[in-house]
Design a binder for this molecule. Structure first.
Ligand SMILES: Cc1cc2nc3c(=O)[nH]c(=O)nc-3n(C[C@H](O)[C@H](O)[C@H](O)COP(=O)(O)O)c2cc1C
Length: 207
């Protein structure tokens, strides 16, 4: 038996809770921005993805109008800091609804690091930072999608193995449904199957 849910017939919040419980796990963009008057801001966003390969563009979504969005609109820049397991409490603390003009870096006690190409600072303890300039925004209902062109990436060599960021060293946090968070489980490593190999491999263990 399957249970049907019609978003048109439901209130916003229950459907939002359903959606965020089934679109899982979601990566977390720990977004740093700077207001026009120079206050640094930091907040997690799990509506986050890569939107384009060349040029490299990432996106995050502001549900409603929050300081991160306001700052990006004002200054045209942001940094996506990687959210690792070991910074779980800090990431969550920066989601507190501090008033505009209050810096989460200061309130939560997060060390800043100067970015190379943009004004918003990086999180010094985060292993990866993607420095972005605003490509554009897209208003969708109650939300705004922010697209940023990555103009610089920096990765801590402690998470690199053979010249590549390594998942076991990165240890990403993920957002699940409700107030749930996830960590990386077992890693499966399997190459994509080419059609020619699929045909040739018939009967060899794939049924
Ligand atoms: C793990 C996590 C993920 C979140 N993802 C989003 C998101 O994708 N979009 C959003 O608008 N708020 C998201 N939030 C809530 C914001 O982080 C929160 O509203 C924060 O106060 C916004 O800060 P700001 O006003 O400084 O931008 C998330 C919170 C947590 C804890």
């Amino acid at each position: 038996m399957r249970i049907d849910f019609d978003p048109e017939a439901m209130d916003r919040t229950p459907f939002y809770k359903l959606l965020t419980s089934v679109v899982v796990p979601r990566p977390i963009a720990w977004v740093s921005t700077m207001s026009a008057d120079g206050t640094a801001n930091l907040a997690p966003h799990s509506f986050y993805s890569v939107s384009c390969v060349s040029p490299p563009i990432v996106q995050f979504t502001s549900v409603g109008r929050k300081d991160s969005l306001r700052n990006v609109e004002e200054t045209g820049e942001f940094v996506v800091n990687f959210a690792p397991e070991r910074l779980f409490e800090e990431v969550n603390a920066t989601a507190t609804d501090f008033p505009h003009g209050v810096s989460e870096f200061e309130k939560v006690g997060i060390e800043q690091e100067t970015s190379l190409r943009v004004k918003p600072p990086r999180v010094a303890a985060s292993p990866v930072a993607l420095e972005c300039v605003l490509h554009g925004t897209l208003g969708l209902g109650d939300s705004t999608v922010v697209f940023g062109r990555v103009v610089h990436a920096v990765v801590d060599d402690a998470v690199m193995a053979d010249g590549h960021p390594e998942i076991d060293r990165l240890k990403p946090l993920a957002r699940l449904g409700k107030n749930e968070w996830g960590t990386t489980g077992e890693i499966l490593d399997r190459a994509r199957i080419r059609y020619a190999d699929w045909e040739a491999g018939r009967g060899e263990g794939r049924g």
